[in-house]
Design a protein around this ligand. Structure first.
Ligand code: ZN
Length: 410
């Protein structure tokens, strides 16, 4: 008898402990983060995971959206905080959700820390810093300096690395004065979080050079670069705007696909693709559009595969086509048909499956796909541009019921 009571009370202690643990976890809204974050190709201060969105609002205040419920909170748990933004009257903001500076990028929670890339000093604007904080945003420290970097985009936190793309436009002298306003550079950088070591891939140059995508796979960074060919100067571009500029771009712009070996710090140019409308780097492959059709370039084999099923589906005029997105398995794309309807399709192996059609004013664009969460942008019923989410199973079965997450530009 006695033994049984002991057993029951031990079990009760366990159950109570588990209930208490789950309650405290629920009360602390910073303890539920899932999965890896993906960058936003347009807004560098937004990051997405399957369950969360981090973004900075127009005042530089960090928000966290819970994707399942759509709930948007200011990322600050300080009691009675007014979340006062950075300004000349508030140069040392006490709110942990406040960020500022010219370049704001890479805000995610990774391995038990909140991170931010930017420059919150009033010094040299050609140096950025990695800031590391507790998960709740407190104890902000700058842990790595990134000299020679003006603008950061496409930041990924993978394994023990922070990987990002950058582009520069000016050259400074030792006194931080601009001595050259047209020195375009672009490339990638890597920070090893184990020892806070920082290094750059090859520094690439070229007229209007920019980085367009990054992916990471087992210690290798794949990235795409766009630039004009070497014959094109600022003056040639200015002259070209008088004529058929779309044709000029098609004939003179090129993409480079690079592979960077983090361990050996080796940057390899895999291929150059020119005469192309657009190119999407997805994982280790590049998907691109030319006057002739749609192609996949496989970086592992160096093979170019024609996506005939896409060509058969989409109207001849490539202006009707808007890019590829992937969930890691299948490829999604959309196009406008002759009646101005927007058609959404999935490419599964070699088959195109039409998923849904929406009138142009109801159409949405893909932002990114993270697990089952498909982040989209669209105009709501009031015509306001917003971020929303749909479930991938709904998308695959042609059901369009977006949940609004936030308004842009607010
Ligand atoms: Zn606050």
């Amino acid at each position: 008898m006695k033994k049984r009571y002991w057993f029951i009370s031990i079990i009760s202690v366990f159950i109570l402990g588990a209930v208490f643990f789950s309650l405290t976890r629920k009360r602390n809204n910073h303890s539920t983060f899932y999965g890896e974050y993906m960058y936003d190709s347009l807004e560098s201060s937004c990051s997405y995971s399957e369950k969360n969105v981090f973004y900075l609002d127009a005042s530089g205040i960090l928000h966290l959206i819970d994707t399942d419920s759509g709930k948007d909170i200011i990322y600050c748990d300080k009691p009675n905080c007014t979340h006062e933004r950075y300004s000349h009257n508030n140069e040392n903001p006490s709110c942990p959700a406040v960020f500022y500076g010219l370049c704001k990028s890479g805000i995610v929670v990774h391995n038990g820390h909140l991170y931010f890339l930017g420059n919150m000093t009033d010094e040299d604007f050609c140096t950025q810093y990695l800031y590391e904080m507790d998960v709740n945003g407190e104890n902000r420290k700058s842990v790595v300096a990134l000299p020679g970097i003006e603008n950061i985009r496409y930041v990924l936190y993978r394994d023990n690395y922070v990987i990002g793309g950058y582009y520069n436009r000016v050259e400074l002298n030792d006194e931080n004065q601009i001595i050259n306003e047209n020195k375009p550079e672009a490339g990638i950088f890597v920070i090893d979080l184990e020892n806070y070591e920082f290094y750059k891939g090859e520094i690439l140059t070229g007229e209007q050079i920019n980085i367009t995508d990054i992916s990471y796979e087992n210690g290798f960074v794949y990235y795409s670069i766009v630039r004009f060919n070497d014959d094109v100067t600022e003056k040639v571009i200015a002259d070209a705007t008088e004529g058929d500029f779309a044709d000029f771009i098609y004939n003179n712009r090129m993409y480079e696909i690079h592979k960077y070996d983090i361990k050996n710090k080796e940057d390899v140019l895999i291929t150059v693709i020119d005469h192309v409308y657009g190119l999407d780097l997805i994982g280790m492959d590049a998907y691109y559009t030319t006057k002739d059709g749609y192609y996949k370039f496989d970086t592992a084999s160096g093979e170019k595969v024609s996506l005939d099923a896409v060509k058969k589906t989409v109207p001849e005029d490539k202006a009707f086509f808007s890019g590829f997105k992937s969930d890691g398995n299948d490829l999604y794309f959309r196009y406008r048909d002759e009646s101005n309807e927007c058609v959404y399709c999935r490419l599964k192996e070699n088959d195109v499956i039409e998923l849904m059609r929406l009138p142009a004013e109801k159409a949405f664009g893909f932002v990114c796909i993270c697990g089952t969460s498909v982040y989209i942008n669209y105009n709501d019923d009031e015509g306001k541009f917003c971020l929303g989410v749909i479930n991938i199973n709904d998308l695959n079965s042609g059901v369009y019921k977006p949940m609004k997450l936030r308004y842009y530009n607010e």
